[in-house]
Write a protein that binds this ligand. Structure first.
Ligand SMILES: [Zn+2]
Ligand SMILES: [Zn+2]
Length: 242
């Protein structure tokens, strides 16, 4: 009989253990269920947060130049794009950035072209491809495709520095291609450098010092010179985004 109980006894004990395990397991199950309830509560509140953010995203705000006359209202995201090209944005004359010119004019972005034509017309050009032979420091204001570009070239200790920057009248992006061609047409050697046109926001001296411009060393430059003139071409072209 005893042998008969043993298995029952063992079985009961085993069952008890299992029951206790089950209770523990059940406790975990209940706890997990409660946790998931709490989680689902959090998810719910996250959703409302998302909805709130969505609402914020769609909310239209005034342009920062409202007091200057800009009545445009856009979502925050679109306003970021607008504020850099807002016609009412106060901007400096592009020649303010050239240390020996330092034009003091400040005005709305929409008035820049009018100012350039009235005060710096002798430097204004309307072609986007030009040859600049002089070894003297030269600047041009190029009006092309509704945008204003400042071109500056200088030669210092025989080294050529050049740059093109845009004022930022539109959000269109541009590239600038500098090319040095050999004065002897039979020789095909030329140097072509293509670079994105950045927005003018620093003094040119600062840009030249930092080296974020075209720099052609004396030894190389000499190769493209004839009778103190240089065969230096600049092309400004629309940069189509990929
Ligand atoms: Zn505006
Ligand atoms: Zn000016």
């Amino acid at each position: 009989m005893a042998t008969g109980y043993r298995p029952v006894g063992y079985s009961s004990l085993s069952y008890l253990l299992q029951w206790s395990d089950f209770k523990t397991h059940a406790h975990h199950l209940i706890k997990n269920k409660e946790d998931s309830k709490t989680n689902s509560k959090c998810e719910h509140s996250d959703n409302s947060q998302d909805l709130k953010t969505e609402k914020d995203k769609l909310r239209k705000i005034n342009c920062e130049n409202l007091n200057l006359g800009c009545k445009i209202r856009l979502t925050e995201e679109k306003m970021l794009q607008h504020s850099s090209i807002c016609p009412y944005k106060i901007t400096a004359c592009p020649l303010h950035y050239i240390s020996h010119v330092k034009c003091p004019w400040m005005g709305c972005l929409s008035k820049v072209i009018k100012h350039l034509k009235a005060f710096h017309n002798e430097h204004v050009e309307y072609v986007s491809i030009f040859l600049c032979k002089s070894m003297m420091n030269t600047y041009k204001l190029v009006i092309f495709n509704g945008e204003v570009f400042l071109y500056y070239k200088m030669v210092k200790y025989g080294v050529l520095y050049a740059l093109v920057r845009r004022i930022g009248l539109t959000s269109q992006t541009y590239r600038c291609v500098f090319s040095l061609k050999h004065h002897d047409r039979c020789k095909r050697e030329s140097i072509t450098i293509s670079t994105p046109v950045l927005v003018l926001d620093k003094q040119l001296d600062e840009i030249f010092d930092s080296g974020t411009c075209l720099i052609i060393e004396k030894q190389v430059l000499h190769y493209y010179m004839e009778l103190s003139e240089i065969n230096f071409w600049t092309t400004i072209e629309v940069h189509e985004k990929d």
